[in-house]
Design a protein around this ligand. Structure first.
Ligand SMILES: [Zn+2]
Length: 371
């Protein structure tokens, strides 16, 4: 589910950086100002030339001769030739849509239609921490429809697990709160759930932790989960609401991990939601980046580039590769090229079989208990 898109507002870090840079320029001496003015003119003329296609930016900027070619084959050669062991994967809602998890953004899901009777001041209030504290009911009504029930991880999830099992995964950063990475068997230490998770919840008052199954049992009976320890606090699932900070783990690990990354793979994310979207700029400039997505996203802005601010993907730079299509398809193709294709298919088949059989056992147990 893409609660994430709703939970996070887009904060323009890029513009902030632009201001900082401009401020540092304006505080310099006369001589420096002259140079700055020259460099400004140079930048302007360079940009003008590029815009008018007077010179080819592909040749002037192709300084990253890391990949043999700008394709999945180039990425596979790079992994094999460099014996890469530190891959960071970043994922958004796109890796979960084939699991059947509804996309919040899609108007056809009509998720907000049921909420009218609760007189929300505006739809997003449902994910604001202050509103939740005063009126948690609309959130739980919506949650009942969205809780991962019967959903199974997708091929993309199992591809990430395979990267881990092959000793190639440094860390997986996800925007999703759907718990499917854990369900796919990715160990907790390899996982950063940037926007939190439904896997656990905490009492707003005494902070006692409750698990997903317990929360689900209440929510499915239309009961607001109340703490069994203090008997008064509402249990809030550990997803990040508007007005809440991202976890310390997210901030600590991103400063440690991204400088070490040898390859960044971005899957099924629109790269719009901050601060997640700007993580792609935290890897070193010689670290190749592969985007597996339906469309090209996170592309560097020409305007900012003219001011010397390089942020985002540049698919002409010789470093960034885009594979456009469904995430599962892209992951299978990449696995095929890495000669793990059959292993990926078998892993998913066996794991889905196990999840189905576990679900049947749980149901049988529940039926026995209710008799
Ligand atoms: Zn409590």
């Amino acid at each position: 589910m893409d609660v994430n898109m709703i939970i996070f507002l887009n904060i323009s870090i890029i513009i902030t950086d632009g201001k900082v840079e401009n401020e540092s320029l304006s505080s310099s001496s006369d001589e420096a100002e002259e140079q700055d003015s020259d460099s400004g003119i140079n930048k302007f003329s360079e940009c003008f030339e590029q815009t008018m296609h007077i010179f080819d930016p592909n040749t002037s900027e192709n300084k990253f001769n890391i990949l043999s070619e700008l394709s999945l084959d180039g990425i596979v050669d790079y992994i094999k030739d460099n014996k890469v062991t530190k891959i960071i994967t970043m994922a958004g809602a796109g890796i979960s849509t084939s699991a059947g998890i509804p996309d919040f953004r899609s108007p056809t899901t009509g998720l907000y239609d049921h909420l009218e009777k609760y007189n929300l001041p505006y739809p997003q209030a449902i994910f604001e921490i202050e509103f939740f504290k005063s009126n948690p009911k609309p959130f739980f009504v919506l949650t009942k429809e969205l809780l991962p029930e019967g959903y199974k991880p997708t091929k993309s999830h199992y591809f990430i697990r395979l990267l881990h099992e092959k000793g190639l995964l440094l860390r997986h950063y996800t925007q999703n709160v759907d718990d499917l990475e854990r369900m796919a068997g990715l160990p907790e230490e390899k996982l950063v759930e940037a926007h939190g998770t439904f896997h656990t919840g905490h009492c707003l008052d005494c902070k006692t932790m409750f698990n997903l199954d317990w929360m689900k049992s209440k929510i499915n009976e239309d009961i607001i989960p109340i703490c069994e320890n203090c008997n008064k606090g509402v249990i809030k699932p550990d997803i990040v609401f508007f007005g809440e900070k991202l976890s310390e783990r997210f901030h600590t690990l991103l400063s440690e991990d991204f400088v070490l990354a040898e390859l960044l793979i971005i899957m099924g994310s629109s790269l719009i939601v901050q601060p997640f979207a700007s993580l792609i700029d935290n890897v070193l400039t010689d670290c190749p980046r592969l985007l597996i997505n339906k469309e090209k996203v996170g592309v560097e802005s020409d305007l900012l580039k003219c001011y010397g601010i390089s942020r985002g993907m540049n698919f002409e730079s010789g470093r960034d590769v885009a594979w456009l299509g469904e995430c599962d398809e892209g992951c299978q193709l990449l696995a095929d090229k890495l000669e793990w294709g059959e292993e990926l298919k078998t892993l998913m088949l066996e794991e889905h079989r196990r999840l189905d059989s576990d679900a049947i056992k749980r149901k049988e147990k529940a039926d026995v208990n209710s008799d």
